[in-house]
Design a protein around this ligand. Structure first.
Ligand SMILES: Cc1cc2nc3c(=O)[nH]c(=O)nc-3n(C[C@H](O)[C@H](O)[C@H](O)COP(=O)(O)OP(=O)(O)OC[C@H]3O[C@@H](n4cnc5c(N)ncnc54)[C@H](O)[C@@H]3O)c2cc1C
Length: 357
């Protein structure tokens, strides 16, 4: 078992324990506080954090089976403590396992091995790097780090004493974007990311459009937990969510029933996705309508039948406004609680001149 601890001098430990646990419970963590003692558990018994309030201090102990679990706990608890105790400017300094490491355990430097077009608007980039085992689990998403042009060698974030990354100065700081691991083979030291080449290229899609073998980017993570088991699943998303939906589908038990709704430009963007026999796939074609500003996906989601038995899980990944709309539809109109639905904004229409003035 890996361990770390921190002591924060304060007389307000009791209220901090309660506040940290309440905030984490709200964000779907298993977190409970009682009589000045709090316990925060990561999923799958990956690790626990114990907070104990004494009259003059708050003591935090972390335990995890994995380096990753310990670093998540360090990050999570120092971020929460620093926020709830902001008025005191507490310094959370961890001691114990992994605290002397010069590199973030969540960071890998990756090199482009192959570039291939999956469809006219989806480019698959195979990245190679060392020690990828931690990226093989249930968490599908990673942060990709793109170094600014001209910064050679790239500069990556380093671990701070509080377990949170310390980033290079602004002019050398890599830009981050969230992507999904479409395929991973840790034993071969490689993974695939499918980049949507959207019409107004940003840092990530622009990089993917021009990427050549040998190019270097950073990878941080993994994170995210997407789907809870259910007899019936409804998955919906645009092309940015195809990698996540493909991986979710591949892991569903064979007897799962349900529907998948996928919005893409046209027939040329259709991909072959393995899925349980009881799940139907419906491709929705935009045919020139603007991505993220049409009703195709939302209308299809709102017309999708859900069984009466209630053993359902609904998931969506799409433009932020669509995700907001569907989240409130599922929660308020269909009465699904947080455990039964998840709608995530995968990208956001930028504040362009015509909107922002
Ligand atoms: C959990 C998660 C997983 C994701 N997985 C993937 C993935 O596997 N593959 C993938 O391609 N994307 C994925 N995304 C979405 C991706 O992070 C965004 O599309 C991101 O904005 C792309 O960055 P960029 O630098 O290319 O563009 P940005 O600099 O962010 O944006 C530049 C311009 O492009 C517009 N834009 C951004 N994305 C799109 C789009 N998809 N369609 C149309 N216009 C767009 C913006 O509104 C802006 O005007 C994921 C997002 C999340 C939150």
């Amino acid at each position: 078992m890996l361990k770390a601890e921190a002591t924060i001098p304060t007389t307000a430990g009791l209220s901090y324990v309660a506040a940290v646990c309440a905030r984490l419970a709200q964000s779907d963590f298993d977190a409970r506080a009682e009589a000045g003692r709090g316990r925060v558990a990561l999923v799958d018994d990956l690790g626990t954090g114990t907070l104990e309030a004494a009259p003059d201090r708050l003591h935090v102990r972390l335990e995890s089976r994995t380096e990753q679990g310990l670093s998540v706990l360090k990050f999570l608890l120092s971020a929460q403590i620093e926020e709830v105790a902001a008025a005191e400017h507490p310094e959370v300094v961890w001691s114990g396992d992994g605290c002397d490491s010069a590199d973030l355990p969540s960071l890998r430097e990756m090199t482009v091995r192959r570039v291939a077009d999956v469809t006219p608007h989806v480019r698959r980039i195979t990245l190679t790097g060392q020690d990828l085992v931690r990226f093989e689990g249930d968490s599908l998403h990673v942060r990709l780090l793109f170094p600014p042009e001209g910064v050679h060698p790239p500069e990556w974030p380093k671990p701070g004493k509080n377990g949170r990354p310390v980033w290079p100065p602004e002019d050398r700081r890599p830009v981050q974007r969230v992507y999904t691991i479409r395929r991973i083979d840790a034993s071969a030291g490689e993974l695939d990311i499918d980049f949507v080449l959207h019409a107004a290229p940003g840092i990530a899609s622009g990089w993917a459009a021009g990427a050549r073998p040998g190019a270097v980017i950073g990878l941080m993570g993994p994170g995210g937990r997407e789907v809870r088991p259910a007899a019936h699943v409804l998955l919906a998303g645009d092309e940015t969510a195809i990698p996540a939906m493909a991986r979710i589908l591949a892991r569903l038990p064979e007897d799962t029933a349900g529907q998948v709704l996928i919005e893409v430009e046209d027939e040329r963007e259709v991909q072959s996705l393995a899925h349980p026999a009881g799940i139907t796939l419906l491709w929705l074609f935009r045919r020139g309508r603007e991505p993220g500003r049409n009703d195709l996906l939302a209308d299809a989601v709102m017309s999708a039948p859900l069984p009466e038995h209630g053993d359902v899980f609904c998931w969506l990944g799409a433009e932020e406004a669509i995700a907001r709309r569907i989240r409130s539809y599922w929660r308020e109109e269909k009465g699904l609680d947080r455990a039964r639905c998840l709608a995530v904004g995968y990208w956001k229409h930028a504040l362009t001149l015509d909107e922002g003035g």
